[in-house]
Ligand binder design. Structure first.
Ligand SMILES: Cc1cc2nc3c(=O)[nH]c(=O)nc-3n(C[C@H](O)[C@H](O)[C@H](O)COP(=O)(O)OP(=O)(O)OC[C@H]3O[C@@H](n4cnc5c(N)ncnc54)[C@H](O)[C@@H]3O)c2cc1C
Length: 393
């Protein structure tokens, strides 16, 4: 039997960041991760960080490489009707975003945690959580063939959409809100220079396309595909042809093609559970909410939850007051629903939902309106760079 203050389930960005911030404030935690370290480090996912996320990573002491290697973007492009219209984030919202892959964020956090002797247990199987409603939480798991028991004050459920923490809450105590979109994203990662300096989101009659990047030599491209699309139906050549067909001509001409180093299909959904706390269990990041990747909010929203939870735990251990902890769910959900709304709106604006030409004309009118309205551009810019926080860091 082992004891810790906070048991953290999942070593994704939420779990690692929470554990690191707690450690810097003298709070002990144990992180249990189902996968191996190499698997977690290699997972290709998000790439755009809001300024608030960058500041939190600095606060966690893992901002040095990020500061050096990130690409700072002062704007992004909206492709439609053959043109690429720039949203000037810096001018409209006074902030920029940083391009720095989730794989790098994970590596930096993992290195920092391991360097300070963190209790990080990979390949922890059969994790179960009990006693969360009685104030004596226990986490059981098997590791290396042996059974283990971990006693703690609090459990942080950082185990993603498919994790066990959300499922440990009685069904009657939790409500889920969900929208599944009738399409997915086919993504390709390639070691070729990006077509554009800034990210481009393109609305096209054939479907959505996106030009993104991880560095000046590594590009990430996406095209909208059917939800049941088969990956083996997409050769690299077919992908590049379809991508270019959906981009404004000036962007399409700038695409450098090359062999893919990763190709995957991600489903798109909006999902939120309320509340995010049950007794001493706190749900964090993808365990509590999912947004479609249009607008790059998933990782940033996870970091925003961590920010609220670590401050609440620090206050709890420093002063004995559980006030911030009790407000955790309410504080997070206010931000989450605004971000869910933005991601849903941006997804609805840019994707092809059906063959209805009326719907496409309405999207084009919406985009055309945006190009002529400073108010509409400011609204999209404010949401894209990240909404303000209730409490300072
Ligand atoms: C394919 C894909 C592409 C994405 N692209 C983008 C993007 O472009 N932009 C963006 O902003 N966001 C994107 N996201 C979302 C973003 O990656 C997530 O929001 C982010 O990873 C959330 O971090 P997390 O730590 O909360 O959850 P996760 O990263 O899912 O981490 C959860 C961890 O818990 C572990 N775990 C699960 N179950 C158990 C268990 N039973 N026991 C122990 N450990 C467990 C998992 O192995 C995992 O390591 C993408 C997500 C996916 C899946």
């Amino acid at each position: 039997m082992t004891r810790t203050q906070v048991a953290i389930i999942g070593a994704g960005p939420s779990g690692l960041l929470l554990s690191q911030l707690l450690h810097l404030h003298g709070i002990d935690s144990v992180v249990l991760e189902r996968q191996s370290r190499s698997y977690v480090e290699a997972r290709i996912r998000a790439g755009v960080l809001e300024q608030g996320t960058v500041e939190l990573l600095h606060k966690a002491g893992v901002g040095e490489r990020l500061q050096r290697e990130r690409l700072v973007h002062d704007g992004f492009g909206l492709g439609f009707g053959g043109r690429n219209f720039r949203i000037d984030l810096k001018r409209l919202a006074g902030q920029s975003v940083s391009v720095y892959g989730q794989t790098e964020v994970t590596k930096d956090l993992m290195d920092a945690r391991l360097a300070s002797g963190a209790k990080l247990i990979f390949e922890a199987a059969d994790v179960t959580v009990s006693g969360i409603d009685g104030g004596r939480p226990t986490v059981r798991y098997t590791h290396g063939g042996a059974s283990h028991e971990l006693h703690c004050d609090y459990v942080a459920g950082c185990d993603g959409y498919h994790g066990i923490c959300r499922q440990s809450v009685p069904a009657a105590a939790i409500q889920a809100f969900e929208r599944v979109y009738p399409f997915g994203w086919l993504g390709v990662l390639a070691d070729v220079p990006p077509a554009t300096h800034e990210i481009v989101y393109s609305n096209h009659a054939r479907g959505f396309a996106m030009c993104s990047m991880r560095s000046l030599t590594r590009s990430r491209y996406y095209i909208q595909c059917a939800s049941d699309e088969r990956l083996d139906a997409w050769s690299d050549a077919r992908f590049w042809d379809e991508l270019r067909a959906r981009l404004p001509a000036e962007v399409a001409e700038a695409v450098t093609t090359g062999p893919s180093i990763e190709k995957s299909i991600a489903p798109l959904r909006s999902f939120v559970v309320e509340p995010m706390q049950f007794g001493s269990l706190f749900l964090v990041g993808d365990a509590a909410h999912i947004v479609p990747p249009t607008g790059a909010k998933g990782l940033n929203l996870a970091a925003a939850d961590v920010r609220v939870l670590y401050q609440a735990l620090v206050e709890r251990y420093r002063t004995g007051s559980g006030e911030l902890l009790e407000r955790y769910s309410e504080t997070c959900l206010r931000r989450i629903w605004k971000v869910v709304r933005f991601s849903w709106w941006f997804t609805s604006l840019m994707h092809k939902f059906d063959d209805d030409p009326f719907a496409h004309r309405i999207q084009l009118a919406d985009l055309d309106y945006l190009t002529g309205s400073a108010a509409a551009q400011t609204s999209i810019a404010e949401n894209y760079v990240g909404l303000p926080f209730e409490r300072p860091l």
